[in-house]
Design a protein around this ligand. Sequence first.
Ligand code: 5GP
Ligand code: ZN
Length: 113
Amino acid sequence: MDCLFCKIAAGEIPSQKVYEDDVCLAFKDIDPQAPTHVLFIPKRHIASAAAVNPENSADVAHIFEKIGPVAEELGVAEDGFRVVSNIGEAAGQSVPHLHFHLLGGRELAWPPG
Ligand code: 5GP
Ligand code: ZN
């Protein structure tokens, strides 16, 4: 499949990895919107958070098990951070492979734009 994040997951396109195991990969966003901006992706292709189903939801649960420890390691856990996933055009999803943004290292406004 011609998918940017599948290629990053396969190592065909380089990324600055912060965490990796058999199921998921976390890497630095190429255009960071906060001092800490990391993307968590399942290695298996899932189109978006709206495409999570009983067959693939274990990958998502697995990712959420890793977010806390990685945030701790990156030094943003104590102050707080945000996890967000954009779905579809109106929300600004630009890569059609499920990813969770971890944003931290600054005050984050609410509601988001
Ligand atoms: P979305 O806009 O779909 O919510 O998030 C996609 C994110 O992927 C954006 O924040 C964008 O900066 C990031 N991104 C796009 N292409 C690449 C790339 O080739 N490498 C990395 N590390 N991040 C990318
Ligand atoms: Zn993909």
